[in-house]
Each structure stands twice: as structure tokens, then as C-alpha cells.
Design a binder for this molecule. Structure first.
Ligand code: MGD
Ligand code: MGD
Ligand code: SF4
Ligand code: MO
Length: 748
């Protein structure tokens, strides 16, 4: 064993994407450890990475394309049939209803974003115009605020004097570099302060200096009160505001109406504690904040994002050490384009950062109106399980004229598709994540496969190449010319590629598969599937040459992109592709005047309209607030299907306070029924003193089915979205309020 090599790759379970080393025995990942040489994670991992073999080698893996029969069961078909029937199914919808009725969902999870770039070519080939993914059920409200304020940021928590976590439990969910190490460092340093805003006493809250234990769903009152204290007590950075902030007076005029004591009562947090927290923020040398699902999936979500950002903008905590910064990204996202608002075809919902709000997709499928979606391409996502209202999604999938799912498993979504195409796993192909948020040195890791593809599977680049070919959009003559250029040199290829594609937007959109078919085969190390990264490196080099050079990548003109690509292609421990000084964050501000804009009329109107007392969503029928989807030590969206991956809490218990369990007469480990407006299911409970009476939580990502050794399909835990409903969502960005589902809990 000890002479077996360690293969370098990354953990695909959360956006931190820690570098790992893996030892293989045949195809099994038998030992996994943190990769000390990885430029970003430097050996850090959490307990989940060690369980990755359950993803790679579980019984869920598909080994043949599947076709749905008229009785709803599936039969295996060969790849040629699968590709031709998929192309024909999409073409038929395109011909009859127009390509804009073909909807694309997904494109990557936490660690696989190359598949979505190749998927863009198939979208172009069929004339698809509308798409979405999981970000449009969590982050689009924040992205919209970013666009109007002018910047997308991350917190420099490694150096912050004050760290603020708002509806975010990084001890479990990570999302900042070396999360647990960083949290402990902050907690152990008497000069630094951690402020946690969460109704539950989470693992992170236990480390906090100040825990603002807000009543679920009332953060808007708490955050607004904190901003008001900053205004009242002159805790602002006036110089920063004068020089660098636009629209202060308009914002302050609305905020001035707030009564801190009243708002404190509404959110259930002691007014003195709110003042203490605001004073700490207002007097610190540096403050970094992180808002996540606890506010983004709860009432007033977009407005909460705005208020969070006021906390650090008004105190001058931008573009300095320990504060909020804007890292250069290899593939930028996180900020919507301001300007004319694109809307979805039927509901007219705002399309933010190119994504249709997830909650309108089913009704835009089920609608009779012209323009309704008639087909779906779903890739590396499980919307029938992960989006609100699974029953409605089943209905919608059944109404589609054609659907194809590209996945490693026969997922809940796949079970409703016409064709299912089995993908090679993320350890069986070249892949990469675009979740690159390190600062000041940002790191991109292109992964090399550590295993051959499971027989019967194909990697997405090949799937999309075959689909585009079958759809007849690739010109063989042009491909031959490009291939010849690629064989002679990459610079010659670059010249030929830009000459052929620059005048033709369609070719630009097909570029990923064109690169795959032409440049791909000439790349060293059999890196054909990484061809699209060549284009991404060139785009990055044109967008941000300064930060790339500061990272030590050299070259003039196209050589900068070439050298960046070479580094990415050969380096297995991540490449520092950009280095930013803190002040460089200003160069990524997108407003016309270069200032951070706080006068966002839509947000100020919403703020002025916040009701005097919080809206109560609970009722006699549904007296509990259910947080449907909590991150725990053994949850990882739906990447794992095998319940044995979970070392503890196998069933994913409903957490409930002792007082509530007593009044239900149920003990720890007992079974209850949870009923909401959307559905009703049973679950075991875990009595937990981290919750207040009236508040219960279920983990995310459970309730996926898995074949038992005998072949029967078994379901473990609660699929939370059987309980959630469309309509219970942010009126602005359409993001669901999964943290605030009114529910009834009964003993069974
Ligand atoms: N272990 C693990 N880690 C993960 C994932 C995973 O599945 N498992 N998924 C990854 C993904 S996709 C994401 S988006 C992130 C999400 O990461 P987080 O947002 O940190 O995760 P959650 O546990 O869903 O929610 C955070 C907190 O919101 C709190 N909360 C509930 N209601 C309210 C409220 O009304 N107000 C406030 N202020 N807080 C509230 C909850 O108590 C919880 O502690 O995690 C990532 N990391
Ligand atoms: N009620 C409730 N619902 C939630 C949440 C919640 O807190 N509460 N959290 C939400 C959040 S924040 C998120 S991000 C979403 C996540 O939900 P989804 O975006 O649907 O993502 P995953 O669960 O990560 O599913 C990824 C899919 O990719 C497949 N896959 C894995 N590797 C590959 C590969 O290499 N190629 C292909 N083609 N497929 C692959 C997996 O089998 C899986 O089916 O869930 C959301 N849903
Ligand atoms: S789950 Fe996230 S934090 Fe844990 S090892 Fe994987 S990438 Fe790192
Ligand atoms: Mo997420």
C-alpha cells in the first residue's frame, strides 16, 4: 500500500474545493488526505472529503444511456442512438416552437464548471435563450444588489478585526479559506470580534463574541437597526463616504425614519446588544461580513443583502486589509449587469446574471401562453429534488415535449426525462471550478483525471461535441483548417481561431466544442477536455493583465494568455493566476463614477414599505417555522446518494427544542410527522438545545433514493422540497424562503 502513488485532485463537495491527495486501489479511493502543496487550501480539509469514494464508486453510477419507455420505465440504449434521439428530440421542438422554448438548467455543481461551458455550445446549436441554475434560488438577490451598488465582494476574514456572519454557519458550510482554522483564530484572539446573526446557536455562534439571536425571518429589522445606530452615533467613515460613496443622502433620508428600540423588539434582540454590535463594527480597523442562506432564503432576502452591504460601505470597509475586497476571477460572476432588465418570457420575472428565477420555471413550462418552455436540457443538477415544490416539478417535467438529463446517476430528475446520458465522474475527466475567491492571491485549479472513465460513460465535452455534430452546426472544412493550425503552433491556432470566429457570433458561442475538436487533440497529457480553458485564459488575460502579471505570469499580447494556460495545464496544485493589492478592488467597481452607490431606489422603496411588525407566516394550522435545508457535518447537497456516506445522523433528523419535543411527547430519536402547505412526511427527531421553541430544522440534500444491494430503491431522510411551495419567495428576485416554511409537527 505504502508504495502506491498519491494522486492530486480536489474535493468537489463545497465551494472551498480543497486540494486533496488520493490513493487508489483498483478504482476505489481508499485513502484521501489534504494536499499540503495546494496553493489555496494548503492541506486543509474537513471530514467530508474522506468519504468521496461514495460519490465515485456508489451503486448510483449509470453505465449506459437510458431511454424512457411509454410505461415510464427505462431501457438501456447505445450512445449513437442516444445522441441521435436527443438531437432529434431537441430539433423537433426547435422546429415546431422555436429554439427559445428549449430551457437549459444546471451546468455544474460545486466542483465541475467546465461541463456548463461546453453545454453553452449545445444551447447555441438549438437556439436556446433561457437558462438557470441553483444560484437563481439563493444568490441572485445579492447579485442584483451588487450590480446596482457596483461591486461583487468577498470578506478578507484572515485579517479582519471584526468578522460578521449573517445567516451563515461557516463551521459547517465553509466558504471561506480554511474556515474552521480561521474561525478559531478569530475566536481565540482577544483583539478580534466575531458577530453571528442566527436564530440557532450554531457551531459558529458558539465561537462568537456577540451572538445576535434574531427571531427567524426578522433580520431586516435587525440589520436596519444596526445601520441606524451607525448613523445616529456617527460611527460612519465620513471621509470615505464623501470621496467614495454615491447616494448617501437619499439612503440616509429613508433610514432616518427607523426607531432602533422598536426594531429591536421586532427582531427579538436586545437593543443594547444591537448597539454594542454596531459600535464594534463602527470602531474597528477592519470589518468583513458574509451573508448566506439564513437571510438569502428568508423573508426580505434581497433587502437583507442591501442592508448587509450598508454595514461595511458606510464604515469604509472596502478595498483595505481585513475588509471587503473584490478578487480578480478567471471567469467572473457574482454581479448582474445593470441596464435594461431582461425578463422571463411568460411571468416577466427579472433575469438576473442571465438566470431565470428558479421558482418561475415550472409555471413557464405549464403555461398555455406562447413562448412556454417545451423542452429541457438538464446537466449536473437535480432540480426536481433541489428546487422548491417537487410535486409541481414532476408535473412540469411530465408536460415537456422532450427532456434530457446529463448526470452520473439516475436522479429524481432523470427519472422524469426522455433520455438520460451518463457522464464520466469528476475524477474521470479534466474538470475545474470557477469558485475562485482567494485573496490577495487567487488560485485556479485544473484537475487531471485520476481514473479512466467508467465504461459506458462519456465526459460532457464529448457529449456536447457529438450533439453539436448531430445537430449539423459544425463545419468540417473549418474544423480541418483549425486543426491544421493547431498542429503547427498554438499562436498560429490563436490567429486562425480569431479570424474564423470573430465575425460570427454563432461560432463564438460554439467555440467550446470547436476548441475541443481542434485544439484539444494537440494538447499534451491527453488534455483534450481542457481545451475550453485555453479560451478562458485568453479572455482573462485581456480583461485583467495587471493582476495576472502581478501573479508572476509573463508575456506580451497573446503570450500572456498562452503562458497562463500553460501554467494551468501543467500545475496540479493550483496556479496563482492573479494577485491583487487591496486597492485594486476599486478597479473592479462598475459604476460610472467609480463610487459605491447606496441610492438604490428599489431597495429604498422596499425598506420604506417594511411593515411595522413582522409578517407572521405561521398560523394555528402551521405553528412552527421550519428551516428546510440546514448544512451539517454530513450533508453535501445531493452529490452523495449512498446514505452510508453519513458517519452520523444517517436519517438526517429534524432538530427540535426540548420544550417542543416535551409538549409533543416525543423523545430524542422518536418519529414525528411534518406537514406544510406543500406536503407531509415523517422523520426522526433530534432534541437540540441549539433551537428555540417554535423553530425546527431539517438537513439539505437528504431523501435521495439509492439502490440497495438487493437492487431495491431506498430513500433515506426527508426530501425537503416535497414540503416547500412555489409562491413562498422573495417578490423581488424570486428566491425561495426555504428557511422559513410554516409547518405542523405531530407525534406519530
Ligand atoms: N456541510 C455542507 N456544507 C455546504 C453545503 C452542504 O450541503 N453541506 N452546501 C454548500 C452550499 S450549496 C451553500 S449555498 C452553502 C450554504 O451555507 P449556509 O448558508 O451557511 O448554510 P445553512 O445551514 O443552509 O444556513 C445558514 C444558517 O442560517 C440560519 N438561519 C435560519 N433561519 C434564519 C433567519 O431567519 N435569519 C438568520 N440570520 N439566519 C437564519 C441557520 O440556522 C443556519 O445556521 O453551504 C455550502 N457548504
Ligand atoms: N429546501 C431546500 N432546497 C435547497 C437548498 C436548501 O437549503 N433547502 N439548498 C439549495 C442550494 S443552495 C443549492 S446550491 C442546490 C443544489 O442543488 P443542485 O444544483 O441540483 O445540485 P446538486 O445537489 O449539487 O446536484 C448536482 C448533480 O450533479 C450530478 N453530478 C455529479 N458529478 C457530475 C458530473 O461530473 N457530471 C454531471 N453531468 N453530473 C454530475 C449529481 O449526481 C447531482 O445529480 O440545492 C438547493 N435546494
Ligand atoms: S467539503 Fe468543502 S471544506 Fe470540506 S474538504 Fe471538501 S471542499 Fe474542503
Ligand atoms: Mo448553494
Amino acid at each position: 500500500m505504502s508504495d502506491q502513488p498519491w494522486h492530486k485532485t480536489i474535493c468537489i463537495l463545497c465551494e472551498s474545493n480543497c486540494g486533496i491527495e488520493v490513493r487508489l486501489e483498483d478504482r476505489r479511493m481508499v485513502r484521501i488526505r489534504g494536499d499540503k502543496e495546494h496553493k489555496a487550501s494548503q492541506g486543509y480539509t474537513c471530514e467530508k472529503a474522506l468519504r468521496l469514494d461514495h460519490y465515485q464508486n456508489g451503486r448510483h453510477r449509470l453505465t449506459s444511456p437510458m431511454r424512457r419507455k411509454s410505461d415510464g420505465t427505462y431501457e438501456e440504449i447505445d450512445w449513437d442512438t442516444a445522441i441521435s434521439e436527443t438531437a432529434a428530440g431537441l430539433k423537433a421542438v426547435q422546429d415546431q416552437h422555436g429554439g427559445e422554448t428549449i430551457f437549459y438548467y444546471g451546468g455544474g455543481g460545486q466542483g465541475n464548471h467546465l461541463c456548463g461551458t461546453y453545454g453553452a455550445a449545445t444551447r447555441a446549436a438549438v437556439g436556446s435563450r433561457y437558462r438557470s441554475n441553483a444560484l437563481a434560488q439563493e444568490k441572485t438577490g445579492e447579485f442584483w444588489v451588487n450590480a446596482h451598488m457596483g461591486v461583487s465582494t468577498r470578506g478578507d476574514f484572515a485579517n479582519s478585526e471584526v468578522a460578521v456572519f449573517i445567516g451563515k454557519n461557516p463551521w459547517q458550510s465553509h466558504g471561506l479559506p480554511h474556515a474552521r482554522r480561521t474561525l478559531k483564530e478569530i475566536a481565540n484572539d482577544p483583539d478580534r470580534t466575531m458577530i453571528v446573526i442566527d436564530p440557532r446557536r450554531t457551531e459558529t455562534a458558539d465561537l462568537a463574541d456577540i451572538h445576535l439571536r434574531v427571531k427567524p425571518g426578522t433580520d431586516v429589522y435587525l440589520l436596519a437597526a444596526m445601520v441606524k445606530v451607525l448613523l445616529d452615533e456617527d460611527l460612519l467613515d465620513s471621509r470615505f463616504i464623501n470621496d467614495k460613496v454615491g447616494g448617501f443622502d437619499e439612503m440616509a433620508a429613508v433610514l432616518s425614519a427607523i426607531d432602533v428600540d422598536q426594531y429591536a423588539e421586532r427582531c427579538g434582540v436586545d437593543a443594547d446588544l444591537i448597539r454594542e454590535a454596531a459600535r464594534r463594527i463602527g470602531s474597528a480597523a477592519s470589518v468583513a461580513t458574509f451573508e448566506d442562506l439564513g437571510v438569502q432564503m428568508a423573508p426580505h432576502s434581497t433587502l437583507n443583502s442591501y442592508l448587509n452591504k450598508l454595514l461595511w460601505v458606510l464604515t469604509g470597509n472596502f478595498a483595505k486589509e481585513g475588509a471587503m475586497v473584490a478578487p480578480a476571477q478567471l471567469v467572473p460572476f457574482g454581479i448582474a449587469k445593470a441596464g435594461a432588465q431582461r425578463r422571463s418570457p411568460i411571468a416577466g420575472a427579472p433575469i438576473i446574471s442571465g438566470m431565470v428565477p428558479c421558482n418561475v420555471i415550472p409555471s413557464e413550462i405549464l403555461s398555455d401562453a406562447p413562448g412556454a418552455y417545451k423542452a429541457m436540457i438538464i446537466e449536473a443538477a437535480n432540480p426536481l429534488h433541489s428546487l422548491a415544490d417537487s410535486p409541481k416539478w414532476r408535473e412540469a417535467m411530465a408536460a415537456l415535449e422532450f427532456s434530457v438529463v446529463i448526470d452520473v446517476a439516475m436522479t429524481e430528475t432523470a427519472r422524469h426525462a426522455d433520455i438520460v446520458l451518463p457522464a464520466a465522474s469528476q475524477y474521470e475527466k479534466w474538470e475545474a471550478t470557477f469558485f475562485n475567491f482567494e485573496f490577495p492571491d487567487n488560485v485556479f485549479t485544473l484537475r487531471k483525471p485520476i481514473l479512466e472513465p467508467l465504461p459506458g460513460t462519456l465526459a460532457e465535452p464529448e457529449i456536447h461535441y457529438r450533439l453539436c455534430r448531430e445537430l449539423g452546426v459544425l463545419d468540417d472544412g473549418m474544423l480541418a483548417k483549425l486543426r491544421a493550425a493547431a498542429e503547427s503552433s498554438r499562436l498560429e491556432f490563436a490567429a486562425a481561431f480569431y479570424e474564423l470566429t470573430s465575425g460570427d457570433p454563432m461560432l463564438g458561442r460554439l467555440a467550446p466544442v470547436i476548441l475541443y475538436a481542434t485544439l484539444g487533440p494537440t494538447l499534451p497529457d491527453d488534455a483534450t477536455q481542457a481545451a475550453v480553458v485555453w479560451g478562458l485564459c485568453h479572455q482573462a488575460a485581456m480583461r485583467d493583465p495587471v493582476s495576472i502579471r502581478a501573479a508572476g505570469i509573463e508575456g506580451e499580447g497573446p503570450m500572456l494568455g498562452e503562458n497562463l494556460f500553460d501554467a494551468v495545464l501543467t500545475e496540479r496544485t493550483g496556479v496563482v493566476f492573479s494577485h491583487s493589492a487591496v486597492e485594486d478592488s476599486w478597479s473592479r467597481v462598475t459604476t460610472m463614477d467609480g463610487k459605491l452607490n447606496v441610492n438604490i431606489p428599489e431597495m429604498l422603496e422596499l425598506l420604506a414599505a417594511v411593515p411595522p411588525s413582522p409578517v407572521t407566516y405561521t398560523s394555528a394550522e402551521f405553528p412552527f417555522v421550519l428551516a428546510a435545508g440546514e448544512r451539517r457535518s454530513f450533508t453535501a447537497n445531493t452529490i452523495f446518494r449512498d446514505p452510508d456516506w453519513r458517519k452520523k445522523d444517517r436519517e438526517g433528523a429534524l432538530r427540535i427544542s426540548g420544550a417542543d419535543a416535551d409538549s409533543l411527547g416525543v423523545e430524542d430519536g422518536g418519529v414525528v410527522r411534518v406537514t406544510t402547505a406543500g406536503g407531509s412526511l415523517t422523520t426522526v427527531i433530534e432534541v437540540s438545545d441549539t433551537l428555540r421553541p417554535g423553530h425546527v430544522t431539517l438537513p439539505n440534500g437528504l431523501g435521495v433514493d439509492y439502490p440497495s444491494e438487493g437492487g431495491d430503491v431506498e430513500l433515506t431522510g426527508v426530501p425537503t422540497n416535497e414540503l416547500t411551495s412555489i409562491g413562498h419567495e422573495d417578490p423581488f428576485a424570486g428566491t425561495p424562503w426555504h428557511k422559513h416554511v410554516p409547518a405542523r409537527v405531530e407525534a406519530v
